[in-house]
Design a protein around this ligand. Structure first.
Ligand SMILES: Cc1ncc(COP(=O)(O)O)c(C=O)c1O
Length: 423
């Protein structure tokens, strides 16, 4: 058998390591990776090199990661429950408080929800199951992954390919997707709602194709849950009035939700049962521990209150302020992620080092996180960033890049309404 033909059809770690390792070495040498920090204040950290900085690249967009009620609820849940978890698979025997949490998530998002240890573990369990056809009347769907789908889904392509045909589609290319729909009986489309490196899915076109061809949607909306939509329903859930048996939405609860774990939203109760029983690590691995559940219960309450709306508004104000100072491909988008393009990874690493030495931590992102030659400084805004801190950050990075021949000041400030106002 010719093994060369059956190897590396979807993943080639040897190649990734050979292309990325030098950049990671440099990042470590410049003290912008491998940091170990203490908390010196809200989103204000102290590292092992004695530096203090504001973290400008967290995914806790609403600042709930420091919310006193969430932290207190994590502690009281342990005290009241008397253990951290039941050491048995969730499918066989779980704590009643986990049922309560899943029930409250279901009410909040107005759809049947399961909790998972992480969003990654949800996708690890569900995607191969979806590929097998058991969620689609025993018809194995052709699995079409958007090229920029998150790693937590992409790394499952080989497992899915053991069950069905797997195709990688150019990013957000709806014509390409439609061509596949015309040629295949059943298609499942796998994508992010909001992409971790900026940009959003074309949900209206996706819904059009779903209506026309009955495609199954598996969408990861980790970057918009809590941050966008009424009661923090997120970008995708808000766009779908109801979920049917051709949709699964997954999301991390460790980002804006301010807790830990993941959530899966199902339009079909039979799917909920299947995943509960056969969903890989969501069944055989640990379930959420009581601290996470306690934190989650408090976060649900915040999501049902006016405090959430206030935090979402603060986040949008901070996004507007940033966009008024710095032009990026994401300018004008309601999502909190911005990539300041530097081109070569060396410059991105130097810029991140400069920022870290001047009070701001960001991530220099390079291949394979972004395509080669498109290295960037990744910035994520938060509701709890003070205006003067954002101003200082923007001046620092603008001046630094200008001194390297890159002008990131906006040419004209757009008065167009943020997309958030339409969600
Ligand atoms: C889109 C997306 N999905 C999933 C994850 C992973 O989430 P979790 O930590 O819950 O596994 C990330 C992590 O950054 C992400 O960006």
């Amino acid at each position: 058998m010719n093994t060369e033909k059956t190897k590396n059809n979807f993943i080639n770690y040897k190649k990734v390591v050979s292309l990325a390792n030098e950049n990671w070495q440099e990042a470590e040498m410049r003290k912008i990776s491998g940091l170990s920090v203490d908390v010196a204040g809200q989103n204000y950290l102290h590292d092992q090199y004695g530096r203090h900085f504001y973290h400008f690249c967290t995914t806790s967009y609403l600042g709930l990661d420091y919310h006193p009620t969430i932290l207190a609820s994590a502690i009281s849940a342990i005290q009241e429950t008397g253990t951290l978890r039941i050491a048995n698979s969730k499918n066989r025997c779980k704590l009643a408080i986990l049922d309560v949490f899943e029930q409250e998530l279901s009410e909040l998002f107005e759809v049947s929800c399961l909790s998972t240890l992480s969003c990654s573990s949800a996708s690890s369990g569900i995607l191969p199951l979806l590929a097998s056809g058991v969620l689609t009347d025993n018809v194995s769907p052709t699995m079409v992954f958007d090229k920029f789908s998150h790693y937590s889904m992409n790394h499952l392509k080989p497992s899915c390919a053991d069950e069905t045909e797997v195709i990688t589609a150019p990013h957000n290319d709806m014509n390409y997707l439609e061509d596949i729909c015309k040629k295949h009986h059943k298609v499942a489309y796998i994508a992010d709602g909001v992409y971790s490196m900026g940009g959003i899915a074309d949900i209206d076109s996706i819904m059009y194709l779903k209506e026309k061809y009955g495609i199954f949607l598996y969408l990861d909306d980790s970057h918009s849950i809590s941050a966008l939509g009424q009661n923090g329903k997120g970008y995708v859930r808000t766009k779908m009035k109801e979920l049917d048996d051709n949709v699964i939405i997954v999301a991390s609860l460790a980002k804006s939700f301010g807790c830990s774990g993941g959530v899966v939203m199902f339009g079909d109760d039979a799917h909920t049962k299947f995943v509960h029983r056969y969903g890989g690590p969501s069944n055989w691995s640990q379930s959420l521990n009581v601290a996470a559940i306690g934190a989650g219960l408090a976060s649900v309450k915040i999501h049902s209150s006016s405090e959430l709306t206030l935090l979402q508004q603060k986040l949008q104000n901070n996004i507007r302020q940033f966009d008024a100072a710095i032009q990026t491909e994401q300018s004008g988008s309601p999502t909190a992620i911005r990539l300041i393009r530097c081109g070569e990874s060396g410059l991105a690493n130097k810029a991140a080092e400069y920022l870290a030495n001047h009070g701001f931590f960001t991530s220099a992102v390079f291949f394979p996180v972004v395509p080669q030659g498109k290295a960037a400084i990744r910035v994520t805004l938060r509701a709890d960033m003070r205006s003067e801190i954002i101003t200082e950050f923007c001046s620092l990075i603008s001046d630094f890049l200008l001194s390297h021949g890159i002008d990131i000041k906006p040419e004209k400030i757009s008065s167009a309404p943020l997309l958030a106002e339409k969600i």
